[in-house]
Design a protein around this ligand. Structure first.
Ligand SMILES: NC(=O)c1ccc[n+]([C@@H]2O[C@H](COP(=O)([O-])OP(=O)(O)OC[C@H]3O[C@@H](n4cnc5c(N)ncnc54)[C@H](O)[C@@H]3O)[C@@H](O)[C@H]2O)c1
Ligand SMILES: O=C(O)[C@H]1O[C@H](OP(=O)(O)OP(=O)(O)OC[C@H]2O[C@@H](n3ccc(=O)[nH]c3=O)[C@H](O)[C@@H]2O)[C@H](O)[C@@H](O)[C@@H]1O
Length: 349
């Protein structure tokens, strides 16, 4: 059953005005660029976001990343650029920089990585978000959190609207991530209400695209790497579980619209096209390598059975909806995987 509309979704519950940015911002002669911090900017979504932000000559971009799952390779075209800076930094430690906006993405996202060191994952979500909120408060910056559709857990409502409070196991092996992100959302709203911080929360649904780690472990990258290598596609049982896959360029566009718009969120960002894992495997097989087989493997605990975003709110308040359909996105990703795996496409005889 739909639960009541998420509180404070438009900032009406802030009890304080936002903290003031640096006095220099109001100086008549100061013509600084917009200074933007991207935590987790060496990762998959983060590096695509950095590319887009760097297109605007009025932006200076600082990436803070501990390189746990990210890589400097993802940022190589910007290293040394005068408007770009990389800081190897773990967000569980305080960070002192002067910025106007913070995109807070730092957190391992693939289940195999976030379950690898669950205590660190919780610390990243809770202490990391606290640190970034503290920074936002000190410098008067607006902060956007990349939350997740996993806050809905194994959802009993379908598709999921932002008003749904979720069905999350608090003590399971995925909880470090799901509950960590839920606490991060709570912290965002508490800082907003208590200190007037300008917040934005995106609830991201499964996003895919070029630059995902080859051994990332997530389903789209697994299937594409397997198809390119000519290995069986590993569908975890029962295979009827569903996900909705969003192409990364659409996601970056949504994140920037959210950051620069007036709504705090939370707002679902995702592609509502819904596929079973067996359907995804069939699509990858047909498009990338019709010779591979599909094999059924064991699943992991608490795997959500279905997931599909209701994006009415994103359409209404951001004027955003995804443009790239799954079959086109898979092909766009294939070229990047072939290049990195050094497996060229077979040319027809
Ligand atoms: N890709 C998706 O489908 C998806 C879905 C929902 C939410 N998200 C969220 O989007 C964000 C980015 O996800 P992604 O898919 O790009 O994952 P990713 O693993 O490629 O990127 C995460 C980045 O954060 C960095 N990082 C991790 N812990 C850190 C720490 N303690 N300090 C500093 N840096 C740290 C990693 O090194 C990496 O560069 C994450 O917050 C994730 O929860 C992603
Ligand atoms: O979008 C989200 O909110 C979340 O989605 C993913 O979590 P998950 O949906 O579990 O992603 P995958 O690991 O890609 O799994 C998707 C489905 O594919 C299945 N799978 C995975 C891998 C594989 O080789 N085969 C396979 O069938 C899994 O059982 C699962 O049902 C991301 O990894 C999270 O970071 C993100 O927050």
């Amino acid at each position: 059953m739909a639960q009541k509309e998420a509180n404070g979704s438009n900032g009406e519950h802030a009890t304080r005005p936002p903290p003031t940015p640096s006095p220099l911002r109001f100086s008549k002669f100061f013509q600084a660029n917009m200074r933007i911090l991207v935590t987790g900017g060496a990762g998959f979504i983060g590096s695509h976001l950095v590319d887009k932000l760097m297109e605007n000559e009025k932006n200076e971009v600082i990436v803070a990343d501990n390189l746990f799952t990210g890589s400097k390779d993802n940022l190589k075209k910007w290293i040394g650029h005068p408007r770009f800076e990389f800081i190897r930094h773990d967000v569980t430690q305080p960070l002192l920089v002067e910025v106007d906006q913070i995109y807070h993405l730092a957190c391992p996202a693939s289940p195999i990585f976030y379950k690898h060191n669950p205590v660190k994952t919780i610390k990243t979500n809770v202490i990391g978000t606290l640190n970034m909120l503290g920074l936002a408060k000190r410098v008067g910056a607006r902060i956007l959190l990349t939350s997740t559709s996993e806050v809905y857990g194994d959802p009993l409502e379908h598709p999921q609207t932002e008003a749904y409070w979720g069905n999350v196991n608090p003590i399971g092996v995925r909880s470090c991530y799901d509950e960590g992100k839920r606490v991060a959302e709570t912290l965002m709203f508490d800082y907003h209400r208590q200190h007037g911080i300008e917040i934005r929360i995106a609830r991201i649904f499964n996003t895919y695209g070029p630059r995902m780690n080859i051994d990332d472990g997530r389903v789209v990258s697994n299937f594409i790497a397997q198809a390119v290598r000519g290995e069986p596609l590993t569908v975890q049982k029962p295979g009827t579980q569903t996900r909705s896959f969003c192409y990364v360029a659409d996601m970056v566009d949504g994140l920037m619209k959210l950051m620069n718009g007036n709504n705090t969120g939370p707002i679902n960002l995702g592609n509502p096209g819904e596929f079973t894992m067996l359907e995804l495997a069939e699509n990858v097989k047909e498009l990338i390598n019709p010779e591979v087989t599909v094999t059924m493997t064991e699943n992991t605990p608490d795997d959500p059975r279905q997931r599909k975003p209701d994006i009415s709110k994103a359409k209404e308040v951001l004027g955003w909806e995804p443009k790239v359909v799954l079959r086109d996105g898979l092909v766009l990703m294939e070229d990047d995987f072939r290049e990195r795996l050094a497996v060229p496409k077979k040319t027809k005889a």
